[in-house]
Design a protein around this ligand. Sequence first.
Ligand code: NAD
Length: 350
Amino acid sequence: MDSIHITTPHRSYPIHFGALAPKLQFKGKVLVVSNSRVGGLYLDFLLPKISAPEICICIIEDGEHYKTFESVQRILETAFLHRLDRKSTMIALGGGVVGDIVGFAAGIFMRGIDFVQIPTTLLAQVDASIGGKTGINNVFGKNLIGLFHQPASVHIDPFFLHTLPAREFAAGVAEIIKMAVTFDASFFEWLWEHHLSLETQDSLLTALRGAISIKQRVVCQDEKEQGLRAALNYGHTFGHVIEKESGYGHYLHGEAVSMGIVMVNALACKHGCLTTSEAERICTLLQSYNLPTHYKILNKQQFYHSLFLDKKTANNKIKFILPNSIGNVLFYDKFTYEEIMNVLEQFCDS
Ligand code: NAD
């Protein structure tokens, strides 16, 4: 098995690639958390691989709707009932939702215990499981409550992806495209030439490695998102509003990011840092995975105001992440109200 290391001021940990190790060893108790769907598919596969003094299980409901305090509460109660202590470990078995919730629960249980990520969606394997961002949603927006808590290790096994619905797979590809556009022009060209699927394992592994290496580079330089790391939120400022407006769960996160990328690209074209032909290429690549690229805005004013809930907003200015050609980014917070509204107008037609 092959691995990449993440080193931050707080922790250094491995991201293992390939078939899950035959034994995962723990000195303390282990709480495995999964959801009803992934648990049903993979708990029997995972449990025999865990070696620990005691293993307990917590199953939460499946879906973004359940990325809530109630789910965190359920995990914490299970942890207390089984008398987990500061030497215990939580394992997140599932997609980005399970990973974010478990990371948060592990981060606040007894002021922080270890957790291990075993991501089972493409999106979680290339993005969500790496870098220690954890959190939950509330009525005000997505991921507004959370903390940075780095995992003790991450295990990326493409075997899990075989049961993933095609739509979920494509949503993961949206995040891979996002990383290429923001940080690596040659990776973008490679993606342009290679269509990713489960049938082309070699290409898939190359893409996983490419995306994870970008994430590793970024997280090692800027763990707490003081600068560079925010670039990985390319497409998210609009994407989060789309997810909230349409009701969490209507669009997959990666689908919302895909539409958000197209919207922010329109701003970048206005600003002159992206050409229309580059924007079209990005859009074409997203569409080649059947990802949605047009969101119809019903209420421009309301959409505009929702943009301010973004965590990158400071002093009432939204900091947009714009591609600076393909392979680079820049941050820009000087768009006027009229400029933003002009771009939103383009998305008001059917
Ligand atoms: P998800 O966790 O909801 O998983 C998608 C669906 O696929 C779920 O129904 C899940 O049960 C199912 N599933 C998972 N693995 C499966 C498998 N192997 N076979 C069959 N079904 C499977 O969604 P996601 O796209 O993985 O993650 C989205 C979440 O990740 C969002 O909440 C987003 O905010 C978060 N996220 C976090 C970060 C971060 O840095 N922490 C980065 C990106 C996204």
